[in-house]
Design a protein around this ligand. Sequence first.
Ligand code: H79
Length: 415
Amino acid sequence: MNNTKMQWFKDAKYGLFIHWGLFSLLAGEYNGKRTDHIAEWIMNYLDIPVEEYRKLAASFTAEKFNADEIVRMAKEEWGMKYLVFTTKHHEGFAMWNSGCSDYNVVKATPYGKDVLKEFQTACEKYGLALGLYYSQAQDWDDPDGYMYGHDNSRKNFRRYLDEKCIPQLKELLTGYGKISILWFDTPMDMTEAESGELADIVRTLQPECIISGRIGNGIGDYLTTGDNFIPAMPLERDWEVPATLNDTWGYNKYDNNWKDPEEILRLLLKIVRRGGNYLLNIGPDGQGDIPRQSIEILNTVGKYVRENADAVFGTKTTDLYPYDLNWAELTAKEHKLFVHVLKPITRVELLNVANTVRRAYLVRNGMELECRSRNICEGDPIVEVELPEELRQQKNYAVCIELEEEWPVFEPIRG
Ligand code: H79
């Protein structure tokens, strides 16, 4: 893989996924029936007829939508480096002014503005890389698009590709400035030739644009893990975890199963430690308003990420530390071992770390901390950092231990 092209992605670590479409208006409920599955699948799951579903567009007024504010928060409050927006989800509705399908946000809704253009403008203003989600195989509106759980055998998928998918892909890659990621999803039964055809279009029109693993047939530029699934160890290739803050991507007013911000922070650090990126989702409601709980979670995690940016960004994967620490996550870069302290502790004790330590400090303000390396009575090496009284009651801070050696040296457990 061309390393220069992937470099920004390797460095980015943390991004914002935005699921917004006509499904957001239903908010997990249609004709008194609720879905207990991911809410953007409601058309499929509750078998809503195309003509009925299309009527939703008439109530898309998006009075609360503010792309500038969402992107500002992502960049300035949440510490994120890129954004991926659902330009067309499986429902088939285009969130931009598509020339080849009037079933789009400009031509079919009272809102009438190009949502993607608004995201492009905001991303350029704040310096966030812009990625586009595009459901390339499933299209529940087009008679020839795939639909999971239905008989697709008599469909003319080629016609859908030629008349909708490929023309729309070209619009997305030529009308909205620099596109950093084309985030394909659910390849279904697409052949390697079909996936390759889409990849060639991306690579011809925007050679720097990277392609998500879900283009299918193993030809993406990086691996996309299962939704909300986190690899247990570093992987050979670049990778990204797409994840939700509750149990849905598209807005569902009945889903209150919000994750704890501390859990999200721990998962972010695990992912970063293992060399991946975390693409965290928000699902604005039908008006374009972001659930308050999402904002609160991302604000909390964002404060930590911004205060401890040196311990998150630019870190590299290293050998695995042999002990499971329930109070900390570790990250590292050249000559630095970062200890992310996630529970109150009396002192930092890292058994089987065999480095010579130069100094230690609190990442958020540079405060010097007393540290040493020695051997305990069983003979194993240990690195210790003393914590002042006020830190002992706290959690969620990072300590940097500067190392004589370039990388942490973790000794195996010998017992
Ligand atoms: O965009 C998000 C999801 O809509 C999409 N990928 C993320 C990023 C996705 N597409 N497919 N899947 C996720 C797998 C979904 C399977 C299921 Fe279902 C959908 C399980 C429950 C709803 C299909 C319908 C099987 C049972 C009901």
